[in-house]
Design a protein. Structure first.
Length: 84
């Protein structure tokens, strides 16, 4: 993945967008030498969304399975477990 200072990306934004959109490059934007953001294609962003959705679905299914196996937890027990 190529890195680029934000100031350089701002000065040549159309070139950055074209490289990401058409060359499928990923460009990491930096500020004071530290990575702060990445520019990726729409396809990659959509793929990340799909992956996140699948992970969320898996977590929800695990929670439902746990609920059916262990039964519900009272509000007071949940607060105690979380230390609230």
């Amino acid at each position: 993945m190529r890195s680029m200072p934000i100031t350089a990306a701002r000065d040549d934004l159309s070139e950055v967008v074209n490289r990401v959109a058409y060359s499928k490059e990923r460009i990491c934007l930096t500020r004071h030498g530290k990575d702060v953001a990445c520019v990726v294609s729409v396809e990659e962003a959509r793929l990340l969304d799909l992956i996140e959705d699948r992970l969320d679905l898996s977590d929800a299914l695990d929670a439902l399975k746990e609920l059916s196996e262990q039964g519900p937890v009272s509000w007071n027990d949940l607060k105690a477990e979380l230390g609230v």
